[in-house]
Design a protein. Structure first.
Length: 180
């Protein structure tokens, strides 16, 4: 596991709280704006007050929506971190080129590098070293043991890092070592 579990859990909770806190005011602002356009008597309060109220609540609505979009984007980034984690766990030799990462994620090479750099620098993904052309899994003491598995499809022998996964060189089947 190359995810920082505590950081991921904290971010998930923070994102949920922020979205919940800003969703209710956004809904209230929508109702106030609808009321201002349909029910409020402009003659009673004056056009200036009416326009100021509409402007204020419209600005608050845009602010709330902006915060919600920002946190949804953060949730998307956490989802991408889980995808990268799966790729690192499935890799059997400990080195994945950025071209491979980009093709597996559907991202551009520059986009994958930028995203990985952000995730590593902000400590969402740990034990990964980013090089010029590839990402390398840092093998921790006790993690450098390999096991030999038989491919369930073709029966070929496949070397897989203990606790990880890999791909059969013969038929391309992905497999994972069963954790006890």
């Amino acid at each position: 596991m190359y995810l920082n579990k505590a950081k991921m859990a904290g971010s998930k909770i923070l994102n949920g709280i922020v979205i919940a806190l800003f969703a209710l005011p956004a809904i209230i602002n929508i109702f106030v704006l609808v009321f201002a356009f349909t029910e409020l008597d402009v003659r009673k309060y004056g056009i200036v007050v009416h326009l100021m109220m509409i402007g204020l609540f419209f600005f608050m609505l845009l602010f709330d929506i902006g915060i919600i979009i920002w946190r949804v984007w953060a949730i998307k980034r956490l989802t991408r971190a889980r995808i990268y984690n799966s790729m690192f766990e499935e890799d059997h030799d400990g080195i994945i080129t950025y071209d491979s990462i980009a093709s597996m994620t559907g991202n551009s090479v520059a986009g994958a590098i930028k995203e990985l750099m952000w995730l590593v620098n902000h400590n969402y993904i740990v034990n990964i070293t980013l090089g010029r052309t590839a990402a390398r899994v840092d093998v921790l003491p006790g993690d450098n043991e390999f096991v030999v598995l038989s491919c369930p499809c073709c029966g070929a022998h496949v070397n897989i890092r203990k606790g990880g996964g890999g791909k059969c060189e013969h038929c391309g089947t992905f497999m994972r070592e069963k954790e006890a």
